[in-house]
Design a protein around this ligand. Structure first.
Ligand SMILES: Nc1[nH]c(=O)nc2c1ncn2[C@H]1C[C@H](O)[C@@H](COP(=O)(O)OP(=O)(O)OP(=O)(O)O)O1
Length: 199
């Protein structure tokens, strides 16, 4: 049996939401846990029997005290992170949203310190190394599907980002990812910039 057939895969599902207006985006400085000491949108783990919209609403509330209604959430797509260290394959599947129309101001919580950033001034150097590849799509309300393979916590060994021309359906999200995988041979994978799929 080949070595990689012995690997087990475990998957964790998350949501991540970016609140923005036409020129500024709200980020939180993560004070603990995954991504500690970096800026990111608001989000966390999907709970059992929770849908991703409810998870996005709950995590935003817990981490910023902002309230948002379900119909204000734009579901933009999925970013998948594979970490192939040791004999355990771990995959994080992150459902991405953005939203505008927030009336209240966020507050600092135990987990996050909020700050608004101009689109020209996003602190990519102090975010996850993958953010710079796909967050520009979120700023322009683009639909996306992306996959990153990390070696360790900070080194990206390969990635692909696709901008989609139609909204990804929730059930198709992971299938779209599979099509990314199978099209790897079609282009230079490591060096690809944002790949725009013409559909
Ligand atoms: N490489 C990466 N790039 C990125 O931009 N966001 C990532 C990422 N890896 C994980 N995330 C997101 C997903 C999720 O929104 C957040 C991590 O969530 P947490 O682990 O803090 O979840 P919870 O708030 O449920 O955790 P606890 O309550 O501490 O158990 O970071």
């Amino acid at each position: 049996m080949a070595c990689n057939q012995l690997k087990t895969m475990n998957e964790t599902y998350y949501t991540l939401i970016f609140i923005k207006d036409s020129s500024k985006i709200l980020l939180g400085f993560k004070k603990r846990g995954l991504g500690k000491n970096t800026w990111n949108g608001y989000g966390g783990k999907l709970q059992e029997n929770e849908d991703i919209f409810d998870c996005a609403i709950r995590e935003l509330k817990e981490e910023s005290n902002l309230n948002i209604k379900k119909d204000k959430l734009n579901y933009l797509g999925v970013v998948i992170y594979d970490d192939n260290r040791n004999m355990i394959n771990h995959r994080r599947i992150v459902y991405i949203f953005n939203a505008s129309s927030i009336d209240d101001e966020p507050v600092e919580t135990e987990e996050m310190r909020p700050q608004w950033f101009n689109f020209q001034n996003i602190p990519y150097d102090n975010m996850w190394p993958d953010s710079k590849f796909w967050l520009p799509l979120v700023l322009k309300d683009g639909w996306l599907i992306a996959r990153f393979t990390y070696k360790g916590d900070y080194e990206i060994v390969d990635y692909v980002v696709k901008e989609l021309h139609e909204a990804p359906s929730l059930t198709n999200g992971i299938q779209d990812y599979m099509s990314i995988k199978s099209s790897q041979e079609d282009y230079e994978y490591k060096d690809c910039a944002i790949y725009v799929e013409n559909v």
